[in-house]
Design a protein around this ligand. Sequence first.
Ligand code: FHN
Length: 431
Amino acid sequence: MRKHVAILLLSLLSVTVVRAQDYVPAPENLEAREEFRDDKFGIFIHWGIYSMLAQGEWAMTNLNLNYKEYAKLASGFYPSRFNAEEWVKAIAASGAKYICFTSRHHDGFSMWDTDYSDYNIVDATPFKRDILKELSEACQKYGIKLHLYYSHLDWYRDDYYPLGRTGRGTGRTTHGEWKTYYEFMNNQITELLTNYAPIRAIWFDGWWDQQPGFDWGLPEQYAMIHRLQPACLIANNHHQAPFEGEDIQIFERDLPGENTAGYSGQDISALPLETCQTMNGMWGYKITDQDYKSVPDLIHYLVRAAGRNANLLLNVGPQPNGELPAAAVERMRQIGEWMQVYGETVYGTRGGDVPPRDWGVTTRKGDKLYVHILDLQDKGLFLPLSGQKVKSAVCFKDRRPVKFTQDKQGVLLEFDAVPADVDYVVELTLK
Ligand code: FHN
């Protein structure tokens, strides 16, 4: 009996091992991962017909709105000030290298001209313009990469079955037709990857809506995506360690290794990392939410992410009229100004040799180690760099030498005054 159990366990193990080896990323996918890592900074856009309610993207379920009533919003959606080029220019000015746009959020409304549902921006609104098309063209024009958010869960369709944890008050009468829903999603994703190419990443969300063990058909869906665009990076905001077939690991509202928001206890993988964060409190536009983070705080978040080898995907929720909120545009402009000066110490770097600390982080590129001092109350800073030889140390901003001494344990930096910049960067050249 024991032998049989052992054989069964062994064969289960070998199945797992074989499955774990199934996905071999294509060379262009590996290249896209490195390019993604180098980019370090992206802007997340949560925009849909929910912006008209101005209560965030969860209004439909938070307010228990009937799905048929909610759908009427579409016939009034006319974002007269939407201008894809203006968006992309403001985003490029922030120093961000990519945009992740909500092609379809949990409310089930498609922000492109899809053939697989009339509940979309072209067929269901008087605006009739394919927002995604305009955005993808503007992105290509200004050299910004496009990622697409796609919700796995749906609060609108009857065939999103079984009902998940959320969206139970929207009045849908769901039927046992998961198969048609799954086909619908795959058709839409195929459309996105065919008509709006190149899409650098598909960013899934909603896995957490179903009970553990629910079969979302991810391996087949992921294989389809990689067949259509081998370089396309797959991310899934399931709040777990990455699944087979994924190319990026995502964290939400927390830096990798932290878990203040409750979504991020998972192990950190060797995949490229990205953490998404709101600029104010909500993802989608909320009229009462003016609780914007300060520019220094946003820069710190970006730098602390880079020091943890992660990208920052910073969210903006456009207004119902199609404009990005002025408060967000102003913050993006100021982050961009900072990036103009300090971009060299962020773009193309990897997490540095000294692990993140309360005072700041380090980033590394070639023989340069950038010490980002964000919060130091001292005129000295010891870096445990045993085994590394420092050739020179300068203040990155003005190239003035920084005093340092070195022994086997590491390097001691000494300053004339307590570093007070938003980010006082010391550039160390290593031997
Ligand atoms: O439910 C969504 C939420 O609306 C938003 O899109 C965020 C972005 O990370 N993700 C989900 C919650 O985990």
